[in-house]
Design a protein around this ligand. Sequence first.
Ligand code: NAD
Length: 360
Amino acid sequence: MSTRIAVLPGDGIGSEIMPQAVRVLEIIGQACGRTFELTSAQVGGAAIDATGFPLPVETLDLAKSSDAVLLGAVGGPKWEGLEYERRPERALLGLREQLGLFANLRPAKIHAPLIGASSLKPEIIDGIDVLVVRELTGGIYFGTPKGIEKTSTGFRGFNTEVYTTEEIRRIAKVAFEAAKKRRGLVHSIDKANVLESSELWRREVIKVHENFSDVELRHMYVDNCAMQLVRYPKQFDVIVTTNLFGDILSDEAAMLTGSIGMLPSASMGATVGMFEPIHGSAPDIAGKNMANPIGMIASVAMMLTYAWNLSEEAQLIDTAIEKTLEEGFRTKDIEGPGTTLLGTQEMGDQIVKQLKALVA
Ligand code: NAD
């Protein structure tokens, strides 16, 4: 069976971490008898340099005609002076828009050997495994009316938080389906005690839940959730929430694990999904073989699970990462006493070595 993947390394460390992810994908392909047809294209600053546009038509066409998109990162100081529409980051919005990526999935999982890297006490974070499902294309970031108006005494800035039945139901479904593959618990986060849009959110989530009797649903106000995430994060399995609340809570959840270089993400839509690490192009360490490739490699594992239900193969990748960390290998961002410091390529070598042993 042939599966087409658009490989978009992007800028900065993107071109250093992507080759490590591709190596892992090739090993998994061989192991599960699946042909991954990988086609690379430029995106972000690299695409601006080559074509003048952050998301060239050829790249967008490739993404649309693929079964999944694997993205590194975009952006960097070189392109910061460009007008907003021409900046590398526009490519991300363009891809989200054009692929209809309405659901952003961000896991925050602690690897046992890295417990010391978190700012929270080990007993609080030991064993956390949270998945934040954030609505990505609706809510206050897109609602109208919005703007800044002059008043007699100054200005008035305003935005509109708006959600429809369809928008809420489709994201709730993603969350319940994800929970079925995990521990079977969904926390729906809202502010239904104050906001009408949240009242509708809660009502619609309850409706969708009727089709998922094997998943438990709990509701929580967003202010309480922000507190509970640092008080007792182990109570959470899947968190589903709006664009604004998800933006904030997913960063909070990510920081529980201590390092930005470790975490993957998935953006899901009607057909094609996009998989990328949560970090940016890290211009401060780009080109120095210092970047941690684990977030990128873990994005491959997410792609296998969420695009094609290949959870067992995804688990092999997670195990290879875990074993590499257990052996004490670290990139600079997660280095600690008694560990062995490796570069991007060498960290990739170790994960590949572990993976080869697991699939042998
Ligand atoms: P960043 O995530 O690139 O870097 C923040 C810090 O984390 C830096 O010190 C960096 O060295 C470190 N870091 C990030 N990833 C790492 C990794 N894999 N290994 C080790 N250390 C890592 O965020 P920033 O500095 O705010 O942004 C840099 C550029 O990236 C900007 O142009 C920004 O717009 C862009 N950006 C892109 C994306 C994306 O492509 N999805 C996301 C965020 C930021």
